[in-house]
Design a protein around this ligand. Structure first.
Ligand SMILES: Cc1ncc(COP(=O)(O)O)c(C=O)c1O
Length: 353
């Protein structure tokens, strides 16, 4: 079976991990600080703060931007659930706004009508590695006095008019889960150019501790280990290479597939965390992929506002997100894919009647 995702570990990671083991400092330390500095430089943000997952990074970013109890936070329903649950961790309410059916990202034209006097922030998601239309989103946010978090958990290295994802809003958030464009096993990062936000995040991820055993705020243990950061440092060195191969694979699919392929608006650099197509009769298509040994993923089969645990959104209808949930399917685009495997994927998809 050709897997839909697979991390590339070059072997350098082993050396980096061995150095950490030899040092005896396994938890958060200098290696994490080094990874943070390099990641901030890569993204083009002044600061980066590492955490133990993308979810904890989202939670820390929201808390540190002042999102709290009773607030409303506008976001997309067409995302991994952590985008919404991290808002709820702050006892705030996610307000779901429909997507643009062409890009699958939040539709900026629909955001303004969702703003109320309780709205304090917008969390946008650069889904599948394609940046949202950040120009109009930042304009609405600045007009209305709202904070913007970029959930860039799928968009390491993606660009919007030359600016890297994670450097445009008040904070950017990344995940380093093994399926992502780069990994640390589990891990996350917050990027920001606001020193106060960076300091609040640093305290929040370490039990709200400002000095040893002095706890200024409620905080959590969201720290990254030096072992994870060691993996991250060598992965970051190869990120541009990994993304270039993802783009090459995507370009090949764009040219050769006879189905609805991803749409990339002008000025956006897609990093193809997923290559997501649409087909008629998804269930039969899945059977066809399975028979031919082609892995796939459905991102996401249920939009957030229809999840069983969010019953109080009962009657909310967001037609574009709901339609996309019924139709989308992602095929292997990861950088470890061989040319032969890529051809097999093309043949399999194109032979589906
Ligand atoms: C869009 C999005 N947000 C948040 C997350 C959460 O990241 P993690 O799994 O590292 O907690 C993920 C990844 O799984 C994601 O894809």
């Amino acid at each position: 079976m050709i897997p839909v995702a697979k991390p590339i570990l070059s072997g350098e990671e082993i050396e980096e991990i061995r150095a950490v083991l030899d040092s005896g400092i396994l938890a958060q330390g200098d290696v994490v600080a080094d990874f943070e500095g390099r990641f901030a430089d890569y993204v083009g943000a002044s600061y980066a703060v590492a955490t133990n997952s993308g979810t904890s990074a989202l939670h820390a970013a929201l808390a540190s931007l002042g999102v709290g109890e009773g607030d409303e936070v506008i976001t997309t329903p067409f995302t991994f659930i952590a985008t919404a649950t991290s808002i709820m961790m702050q006892r705030a309410r996610p307000v779901f706004c429909d997507i643009d059916p062409q890009t699958y990202n939040i539709d900026p034209d629909l955001i303004a009508e969702k703003v109320t006097e309780k709205t304090t922030a917008i969390v946008v998601v650069h889904l599948y590695g394609l940046p949202c239309d950040m120009g109009p989103i930042m304009e609405i946010a600045r007009d209305q006095g709202l904070k913007v978090v970029e959930d860039a958990c799928q968009a390491h290295g993606a660009e919007y008019h030359g600016q890297k994802a994670g450097s445009i809003g008040d904070a950017g958030v990344f995940s380093f889960y093994p399926t992502k464009n780069m990994t640390t096993g589990e891990g996350g990062m917050i990027t920001t150019s606001d020193l106060e936000v960076a300091e609040r995040v640093r305290i929040f991820r370490n039990h709200g501790q400002s000095r040893r055993y002095v706890h200024e705020t409620l905080g959590y243990n969201y720290r990254m280990t030096n072992i994870a950061a060691a993996i991250g440092l060598s992965q970051l060195k190869h990120l541009d290479e990994f993304n270039a191969r993802r783009r090459e694979n995507a370009g090949y699919y764009d040219k050769n597939l006879n189905v609805k392929t991803p749409f990339v608006p002008e000025g956006r650099e897609h990093v193809y965390h997923q290559y997501t197509i649409q087909v008629e009769g998804r269930e039969e298509f899945i059977e066809h992929l399975e028979e031919n040994g082609v892995g796939y993923g459905i991102h996401y089969p249920i939009p957030a506002h229809k999840q069983p645990f969010l019953k109080d959104y009962g009657e909310l209808v967001l037609p574009n997100a709901e339609e996309a949930s019924r139709r989308v399917i992602s095929i292997p685009v990861h950088p470890g894919l061989t040319d032969e495997e890529r051809d097999m994927v093309v043949q399999t998809v194109n032979s589906y009647e």
